[in-house]
Design a protein around this ligand. Structure first.
Ligand code: MG
Length: 381
């Protein structure tokens, strides 16, 4: 069988999702080809990737790369996202960085495999409209929305509710008050997943789960009051969909990001990949479910409420959280100050009605700056 090669651009190629996407590409040299790579800071790894995958185009956020013979350097990420010889754009950047390239790719009619959920949190209406207008789909690259997407396949509506699972993060089972002195190293030890630094801290505060609720609201067009979150420590069930007749579908598999990445890269086809671990039901042990205690995760409801209020609020939550996580990783604030930084920033925000894209990006940037200044000015430690 002669397969058509899918030509892929990867934005954020040196991050956790980026490197795991390249892992999938290695498994399918006949059907996937890397045409463009872009990375922010890790120049050394980017150079290694260029030598291995020989893309036609490369973007280094830090400036020009030396010794990348044969690859054209592209200064602007948006230009890279809509190259004519790219079939699919993987957006695996962090924070607000992926927003404009995502919109550029969708505007050019290119499907976007989206791992950078802040893109939808900041500008959900704009991103979904860009996808609708051009007909280019957004293919979620995250275990939970991928699970919902797979559960919805073959269904014709009749969705009752989404049940999004959460591992509970690094400090599950501990009281909030006991976390005042935890270190970044402790918070970066995720119990079930191997992910990037920002998302791992967001998992410990459950800010990540709040972002996923907002993302699911937009991606699947489900009202917030029909999206539930349940703590499921084993990260084997990646999410569930309850239909109006009460039947529930769950998507199950080992906690390995390469599954949702591969699903998005080949959608609507499925491909055998012997290099991925298999789910062994007989030895999977007990699967548990517990209610999520909002007292234990003060970021969660605060951020979901921003999603419900809409406008510039979720952009501010995303910008403030990005800054708060950086501050914590730099040891400038305590882990337990992360929700305080977000809350204080939200309290200072003057919302803009019917924001356009520049308003939303401006709101996220303002929030980031405001939040960083809180710690610099010693308002929050
Ligand atoms: Mg997730």
């Amino acid at each position: 069988m002669v397969e058509r090669v899918k030509r892929v651009a990867i934005l954020g190629s040196t991050g956790s999702v980026g490197t795991q996407t390249l892992d999938i590409v290695r498994s399918f040299p006949q059907s996937l080809r890397v045409v463009a790579l872009a990375a922010g800071r890790n120049e050394r790894l980017l150079r290694d990737q260029v030598l291995e995958f020989k893309p036609s185009y490369v973007h280094a956020g830090s400036g020009r790369l030396d010794s990348v013979d044969g690859a054209t350097q592209i200064a602007n990420l948006e230009d890279l996202a809509c190259l004519s010889d790219v079939d699919l754009v993987v957006v695996a950047t962090v924070g607000a960085a992926g927003l404009r390239p995502t919109l550029a790719a969708l505007g050019a009619g290119k499907p976007v495999a989206l791992a950078n959920k802040e893109v939808i949190v900041i500008a959900g209406d704009h991103v979904m409209a860009a996808s609708r207008d051009s007909g280019a789909p957004i293919l979620p690259v995250d275990s939970e929305p991928s699970a919902v997407w797979q559960c919805l396949a073959g269904e014709s509506g009749a969705v009752g509710r989404l049940i999004i699972t959460a591992s509970g993060g690094a400090f599950r089972g501990r009281s909030w008050d006991s976390l005042a002195n935890v270190s970044p190293e402790e918070a970066l030890k995720h119990p079930t997943w191997t992910m990037g630094r920002k998302i791992t801290i967001d998992s410990a505060t459950l800010a990540n789960k709040a972002f996923e609720v907002i993302e699911a609201h937009y991606l699947f067009d489900i009202p917030y009051d029909r999206i539930d979150v349940v703590i499921h420590r084993q990260s084997i069930i990646h999410s569930m969909v309850e239909f109006t007749d009460g039947s529930v579908k769950a998507q199950i598999g080992p906690p390995d990001m390469r599954y949702p990445i591969q699903f998005a890269l080949f959608y609507p086809e499925r491909q055998a990949n012997p290099s991925l671990p298999r789910f062994d039901a007989a030895n999977a042990g007990t699967l548990t479910f517990e209610p999520m205690d909002p007292e234990h995760y003060p970021c969660f409801q605060m951020i979901v409420d921003c999603g419900k209020r809409g406008g510039t609020w979720p952009a501010v939550a995303a910008g403030a959280d990005e800054a708060a996580v950086d501050l914590f990783l730099d040891r400038a604030i305590r882990f337990t100050s992360i929700p305080e930084v977000i809350k204080t920033t939200l309290a200072a925000h003057r919302p803009i009605a019917n924001p356009d894209l520049d308003d939303l990006i401006g709101a996220a940037e303002w929030a980031r700056g405001h939040a960083l200044a809180l710690a610099t000015g010693h308002a929050i430690r």
